[in-house]
Design a protein around this ligand. Sequence first.
Ligand SMILES: *Cc1c(COP(=O)(O)O)cnc(C)c1O
Length: 405
Amino acid sequence: MTTTNWGTATTRYIHAEHEHVARTYDPLPVVVATAEDVWVTDVEGRRYLDLLSAYSALNFGHRHPELVKAAVDQLGRLTLTSRAFHNDQLGAFAAALAELCGKDLVLPMNTGAEAVETGIKASRAWAHRVKGVPDKAARIIVASGNFHGRTTTIVGFSDDPATREGFGPFTPGFVTVPYQDAAAIEAAIDEHTAAILIEPIQGEGGVIIPPAGYLRKVRELCTKHNVLLIADEIQSGLGRAGMTFACDREGVVPDLYLLGKALGGGIVPVSAVVGNRDVLGVFRPGEHGSTFGGNPLAAAVGLRVVELLRTGEFQERATTLGHHLKGLLDELLGHGLTDVRVAGLWAGVDVDPAFGTGREVAERMLARGVLVKDTHGQTLRIAPPLTIQADDLDWAVEQLRLALS
Ligand SMILES: *Cc1c(COP(=O)(O)O)cnc(C)c1O
């Protein structure tokens, strides 16, 4: 879509951004200026309902008052020490997050990709130092269709050409198996296997929900073969899928949780790897780190996020509202949608190509005051803040219905 249909403030801004911002994204033509809870306002004063939530980083809505308060209070005290010194916020955050996960140790980082990289390093060190795999021989099994971030190592084991081409050579030591196929995992495991790195639900893949029993089977295989289960819950975790973790839907406990996105409350990047001492204890001082990881501002916000999740209120809302959303979306099956997948307050819907591409439908939704984003051509991902009200969902799905007619 050209931007000429839009107001001059929008057009002017987008042209200016193109002058100096490298184009690694292709944003929808809306320039957001302010936001509160589930609503954002653009530079021309138009309001939109946010059904993307920054890929689940805004699970608690924009500028949740308690999260903003935690950040502002901390801004007035201390923002950064580096881990060269202790700060008085990290301990409480780590204790609360470890308790939420039922684990001993937290390794704080900033972005999701860093948490994934940390999980990779932890499982390799564990394989070499604890399991007895010969040095540099550890292998990690990953799933087709995965999305774990954008570092060179991570895109090296993606099967999406757009994320890989031109960026090699890549890090060896990864084996890809089809997603949702436990037998393929068992066949791929050998004495050098350190870990299975998996998204319990594939978010970027289009909210792909494996069949019941799959994750449990993967857990059993990991236990049987002394292989670590690393659950990338960066997008699926922290309430989105209707429970604290998507793994909880199957009663599965991974060896390592990778967390990010919503952990920063939509305010600062906060990520973490959470596990027990027998795994995360493999790191020795000096072997891994991050200048900003565990900074006091991040820890203060992250602690408040954990406190919000501890109430169970958001998980419950995700479940209840998710049922409601599924009912609304199912009515569009055969009327512009060819598939609807819902887990908690998280939906992937496939648009019938006769009604346009995912991008075209997202642009029609934008014109109707709803922000959604397409993924992989025909799919739209719907992930509103967990604070949304049922009648806002009704209105949003009505806009989808109109965008498809
Ligand atoms: C977003 C995401 C990441 C990467 O997080 P960044 O903060 O963008 O680096 C990793 N894994 C999953 C499942 C994600 O959704």
